[in-house]
Design a protein around this ligand. Structure first.
Ligand code: GLU
Length: 309
């Protein structure tokens, strides 16, 4: 079934949900953040947002979930919009080939993380956004509310506290990078901002809408420009190569779209010039990507022919 631009996405989403319903293995919810462990791995929701804000959805597409690393797309864009290319002196844009919370490369590479989507790189981005705005997490929240049109998108204090209580590895990353002079703010302040950022609760509909500026080549829902066309291309490219942990090659092979996953089980994906997607199912594979989420996006691009390739 190849979609033409005049067709509704709804029948495609319903077919995908039906297929996913009959898929046996769903992976396991993240348990290193205890507040995430209780989610049902059989939960599933998926939304597609068109450039004009029309949203199609299926399953639990209006159910808020923990956005986690999906937020790293937005902090990257918000910081890039403010500081431009100087950011790339502090964080790279190459796949790491290591788990998202790995420490090993940082010492070889003098405290410059490989990319903005592994935890070390995301901490650098949040630190820089904090310096520029005085409230990185608040700036992010305001952006998500504006783009989704949903004032109920919010921080989840329980998840943030749970992550802080088990945040030794992120604290180690931040302190280690601070020892190389690659963190500006006090580490406890940075960690508080980062954990609140990751705790944001939003639905598939909210996150598909919030990602749409990347399908609009940098233009926000209100018509103002956040990123130049070239910067939007850059963010999409980094999502394609680094957005799904150390499985980005497999994700590109199966889905063929820029995407960003989070350990809450959400994944956003971009069809530049056409639409954005968000899928959520809390069961993860051993790399940290939602099992049903990747399968659903794989089916979407196969059924519609909408990929960047
Ligand atoms: N808050 C999570 C962490 O720092 C985010 C991980 C993720 O979603 O990749 O461990």
């Amino acid at each position: 079934m190849i979609m033409t631009s005049s067709l509704s996405f709804q029948p495609v989403l319903e077919r995908i949900a039906e297929e996913i319903e009959h898929t046996p293995g769903r992976g396991r919810p993240a348990d290193y953040i205890p507040a995430l462990a209780a989610r049902d791995p059989r939960s599933f929701g998926m939304a597609v947002a068109e450039l004009d804000g029309t949203v199609y959805g299926v399953g639990e597409w209006r159910e808020p979930f923990s956005a986690q690393s999906v937020t790293k797309v937005f902090t990257l864009a918000l910081d890039l919009a403010r500081e431009g290319d100087e950011l790339w002196e502090h964080v790279g844009r190459e796949p790491s080939g290591n788990p998202f919370n790995s420490l090993v490369q940082l010492e070889y590479e003098s405290g410059i993380p490989r990319n903005p989507f592994i935890n070390a790189g995301a901490l650098v981005v949040t630190d820089r956004l904090q310096t520029r705005t005085g409230d990185a997490a608040g700036t992010l929240l305001e952006f998500l509310r504006d783009e989704s049109g949903n004032p109920e998108v919010d921080f989840d204090a329980e998840v943030a506290a749970s992550e802080a209580a088990h945040g030794d590895r992120n604290a180690a990353l931040a302190h280690f990078m601070a020892s190389y002079g690659n963190i500006d703010n006090a580490v406890p302040l940075l960690l508080d901002q980062y954990f609140r950022q990751c705790s944001i609760r939003a639905s598939c509909a909210d996150l598909a809408l919030a990602t749409a500026f990347l399908a609009r080549h940098g233009v926000r829902a209100d018509g103002s420009r956040l990123l130049s066309r070239s910067q939007a291309k850059q963010v999409n490219a980094v999502m394609l190569t680094c957005g799904t942990y150390d499985a980005a090659g497999d994700f590109a092979y199966r889905v063929g779209l820029p995407g960003k996953s989070g350990v809450g089980g959400g994944i956003v994906a971009v069809v530049p010039g056409r639409c954005t997607l968000c899928v959520w199912s809390p069961g993860l594979d051993d790399r940290g990507n939602s099992v049903a989420g990747v399968a659903a996006l794989d089916r979407f691009t196969t059924l519609t022919g909408l990929s960047v390739f």
